[in-house]
Design a protein around this ligand. Structure first.
Ligand SMILES: Nc1ncnc2c1ncn2[C@@H]1O[C@H](COP(=O)(O)OP(=O)(O)O)[C@@H](O)[C@H]1O
Ligand SMILES: [Mg+2]
Length: 364
């Protein structure tokens, strides 16, 4: 998959800008001092892939301060038979009424039919800390990848999320004596059914990821330590319904659902030690880079197309060796890189197009 054209209008600090990318030069670099809009450009590409931002859940943040709406448009070209040869994806957000519209080849689509048409892998220095610090980022790592791999998984995930929000609202109403406990039966059964599917799918994906991650980790970290990666679930799918019923009183008291796949996690063990606790900074960086490579590789294998790679300012986080490894593995992958100093990329023997980004304007 390659991005041929990108238009931004009223998006963050870009009034209006267009890019035509040379498909023969898959490495695209956005260079400029801080605060010029480099990350905004990666965010725009990510939005056309996933319909959501990696840094805000409020889409009105995306609209330029002085603008009423923003519009992103992407044209793709695929190097293989993935979906169509060429796709046009649009993301439009308006301030009044607050509304988000997604289009594929000019036709309005819901998120489920939109996501997956432009497979992307995003990597930023925040991944280094986030993946170490919080289970929700480790779940997100899995969910973002799996949603792009399988529309059916995305659908189940959205339904689960919907059911969970309903159940939590109901718990609060029961607590305030505005609803009856029996009403939970419906949502408990629904959650239990969806949870089974989510857990099964996640277990399958993690199983596929393990071998790939371990291989990359051993090369990047230059170690042959036994790395074990596991999907950690806190409920047994077959017992989940009973557990929900048993925990009702506690859930009602707090107004939220304590157990379920929305609490699950990933664990990484190296020689039996939890890497989140014990890995050195260098070892952890190697692991995160290995996870990103595994994400790329699995998507490539399953989708039979190459995802776009978005690298936000990662050079300051990676030493020369890891940079070298990163770029050597990118044969044929269209990669968008942001950096404050183009010198970071010197010594890398790749043909690249460099755009200088300056206060929401860009030139080659
Ligand atoms: N909705 C918005 N409207 C206008 N400007 C915005 C908006 N959101 C962010 N910005 C501006 O975008 C700039 C940050 O862009 P960013 O892509 O993060 O910079 P960097 O080049 O450091 O990656 C800041 O100047 C910020 O004020
Ligand atoms: Mg930035």
């Amino acid at each position: 998959m390659r991005l041929r054209h990108l238009t931004l209008k009223g998006f963050r600090n870009f009034k209006e800008i267009e890019f035509d990318f040379d498909l023969k030069t898959p490495l695209v670099v956005f260079v400029g001092p801080n605060g010029q809009g480099k990350t905004n450009l990666l965010e725009a590409i990510f939005l056309c892939g996933l319909s959501k931002s990696f840094r805000t859940s409020d889409f009105s943040d995306l609209i330029g301060f002085d603008d009423e709406f923003c519009r992103l448009e992407i044209e793709t070209e695929s190097e293989d038979s993935f979906r169509n040869n060429s796709l046009r994806l649009e993301f439009i957000a308006t301030r009044v009424p607050p509304k988000k519209t997604l289009k594929l080849n000019g036709v309005i689509k819901n998120a489920m039919d939109f996501i997956g048409n432009l497979p992307v892998v995003f990597f930023s220095p925040d991944d280094m800390t986030n993946l170490r610090d919080a289970p929700r980022f480790r779940r997100r790592y899995l969910d973002v990848m799996m949603s792009q791999l399988d529309r059916h998984y995305l659908q189940i995930l959205l339904e689960y999320d919907h059911a969970l929000r309903h159940r939590n609202a109901l718990l609060k109403r029961i607590r305030d004596q505005k609803s009856d406990k029996n009403e939970l039966d419906f949502w408990d059964a629904k959650l239990a059914d969806l949870a089974k599917k989510i857990i099964a799918e996640r277990e399958k994906s993690v199983q596929q990821l393990v071998a790939i991650t371990v291989r990359h980790y051993q090369i990047i970290a230059q170690k042959d330590d036994a790395l074990i990666m596991k999907y950690k679930r806190f409920v047994r799918p077959d017992d989940y319904l009973k557990q929900l019923e048993a925990e009702r009183d506690r859930d009602i008291a707090t107004g939220h659902t304590h157990s379920g796949p929305h609490r699950d996690d990933l664990s990484f063990l190296c020689n039996d030690h939890d890497m989140k606790e014990f890995a050195s900074r260098g070892e952890w960086r190697s692991l995160v880079l290995a996870l990103k490579f595994a994400e790329m590789e699995l998507m490539r294998k399953v989708l039979k197309t190459t995802p776009l790679l978005l690298l936000d300012d990662v050079f300051s986080e990676l030493d020369h060796l890891r940079q070298q490894y990163l770029f050597e593995g990118l044969e044929g992958v269209q990669t968008f890189v942001t950096t404050t100093h183009v010198e970071f990329l010197e010594g890398l023997d790749f043909k690249k197009t460099i755009y200088r980004i300056n206060e929401g304007r860009g030139e080659i």
